[in-house]
Design a protein around this ligand. Structure first.
Ligand SMILES: Cc1cc2nc3c(=O)[nH]c(=O)nc-3n(C[C@H](O)[C@H](O)[C@H](O)COP(=O)(O)OP(=O)(O)OC[C@H]3O[C@@H](n4cnc5c(N)ncnc54)[C@H](O)[C@@H]3O)c2cc1C
Length: 438
């Protein structure tokens, strides 16, 4: 792996440099590129990357760029990086590249390697069980982890050059000024030129507006999320399982995180109307108990122990046909916001980051535009399918007891084998684009 270098790129110059006139001569003089010798790359082959957003996707990209010696700057609106108190499931398709980036020790120390995923009906009847653990490592080359979002964020941050991270910088517009550059306008009035911009700015993305001015679509569902100390729960809560319970009008998911210290829960319920811009708000534990208090075993135990929770209104957007231009592209929720019912949003953001970094480092592509085109060609079909699949799952998880629910349960049982997840978990990022250096 190439070492990390920090190069002050034209992406950090004042407005006007976006036209790149001052670097044109340098570009002409650049000698031809060989993979593994990035120092010889010219500005055209190796533009400075301006990443907007320091969420899971933006940081994963920054980490991958660091490992390849590609210069970058990350602009993040928050003055202080903080993540919500909730867990995230990391499947092998994302864990494998994260291990390659060196996050193995952090994940082993702070995440929980999950042994199996169990699905039950609200009254406790078993529906399906998918083995993970050793079988997952054997079949897909990596564990299935459950991790506290803040711990994943910290681990990714450790890969990022602190000098390349600009906090408190809220982008208000990204506009391509011609073949050579992009003009970035920030809320405080600052304008910067950039050579290549990646919008990793989440579901409310500003960069996305360069491709389509659509609005997030409300799914008619809300989700309560939070953490409960396992000490407040029966011993069974310590088992390294992802558990789902499906019932009429709602479903409940929980798994241990933070080296097993906490149980992360997510409880989905119908929500009559979108609360508008305020999509995340403190939730009422009593309301949570009102819906799930009568459910079986651990569900009732968890909701009884909840002291505080947050509630989100769930939104996604339809897939984009195009998300790259000559100098602009998208990644993660900015590109393909999805409902959380395949637990793939963060995993797909990591995949995007790895594929984008690999495309940018691909010596076979003649221009940045060609690299971005290759990236969207790799990513759009896959992420669109997962967006649609996640929407489809929203319709089947909350069936009332009856024939349709029984057919769903039978189908879930038939498709519980781990090999049935190959479409998600076997996907290999990066390698299809760039061969490993000799
Ligand atoms: C209830 C729930 C459960 C989930 N569970 C899972 C799971 O188990 N597994 C999974 O893979 N996924 C899961 N997801 C999805 C996952 O959380 C998201 O897909 C993922 O966090 C997206 O990462 P991102 O980096 O693209 O965006 P974000 O995490 O939203 O990060 C965007 C960043 O950009 C910054 N930003 C925004 N606008 C600007 C601006 N104008 N200027 C500068 N900075 C800006 C933001 O402050 C933020 O830091 C879940 C989602 C929900 C709602």
């Amino acid at each position: 792996m190439l070492g990390m270098r920090r190069t002050a790129g034209p992406g950090e110059t004042a407005a006007g440099d976006a036209d790149g006139a001052d670097t044109a001569a340098t570009r002409k003089a650049v000698s031809k590129v060989r993979f593994g010798d990035l120092d010889e790359w010219g500005a055209e082959e190796r533009p400075h990357v301006s990443v907007v957003g320091a969420g899971i996707g933006g940081l994963a990209l920054a980490g991958a760029l660091s490992s390849m010696g590609i210069p970058y700057t990350v602009y993040e609106q928050a003055r202080r990086l903080a993540e919500v108190g909730a867990g995230v499931q990391l499947s092998p398709n994302a864990v494998r590249p994260l291990l390659r980036l060196g996050l193995g020790p952090a994940l082993r120390e702070r995440a929980v390697a999950i042994e199996a995923m169990e699905v039950r009906g609200w009254s406790g009847r078993p529906i399906a069980r998918t083995p993970l653990g050793a079988e997952c490592e054997r079949m897909f080359g990596a564990p299935y982890y459950a991790v506290h979002r803040a711990h994943l964020h910290d681990a990714l941050l450790s890969l990022v050059d602190p000098d390349a991270l600009r906090l408190g910088e809220r982008l208000s517009e990204a506009r391509e000024t011609g073949p050579e550059g992009v003009r970035l306008s920030f809320e405080d009035g600052t304008v910067r030129g950039a050579e290549l911009v990646v919008g990793a700015d989440g579901i409310h993305s500003t960069v996305r507006e360069a491709f389509r001015r659509d609005e997030p679509e409300f799914a008619g569902l809300g989700i309560y999320r939070g953490l409960v100390p396992v000490d407040a729960l029966p011993d069974t809560a310590r088992e390294p399982l992802v558990r789902l319970w499906l019932g009429p009008g709602g479903h409940f998911v929980c798994y241990p995180v933070a080296a097993g210290e906490y149980l992360s829960f997510a409880a989905t319920v119908p929500m009559a109307a979108s609360p508008g811009e305020s999509w995340s708000a403190p939730g009422d534990p009593e309301a949570l108990r009102g819906v799930f208090g009568g459910w079986t075993g651990l569900v009732a135990d968890v909701v009884a122990a909840v002291e505080s929770t947050h509630q989100w209104a769930l939104h996604d957007r339809p897939p984009l046909d195009v998300w790259s231009s000559r100098r602009l592209t998208l990644l993660g929720d900015a590109a393909h916001p999805m409902l959380p019912f395949m637990a793939q949003g963060a995993n797909q953001a990591v995949e995007d980051a790895m594929d984008l970094a690999a495309c940018l480092a691909d010596p076979a592509a003649a221009t940045t535009a060609a690299r971005l085109d290759r990236y969207q060609g790799l990513r759009i079909p896959r992420t669109a399918e997962i967006q649609r699949g996640s929407r489809g799952n929203a319709g089947i998880l909350h069936l009332p007891d009856g024939p349709a629910q029984r057919r769903r349960d039978a189908r879930m049982a038939v498709h519980a084998a781990l090999r049935d997840r190959a479409m998600l978990y076997a996907h290999e990022t990066g390698r299809s684009v760039v061969p490993s250096p000799a």
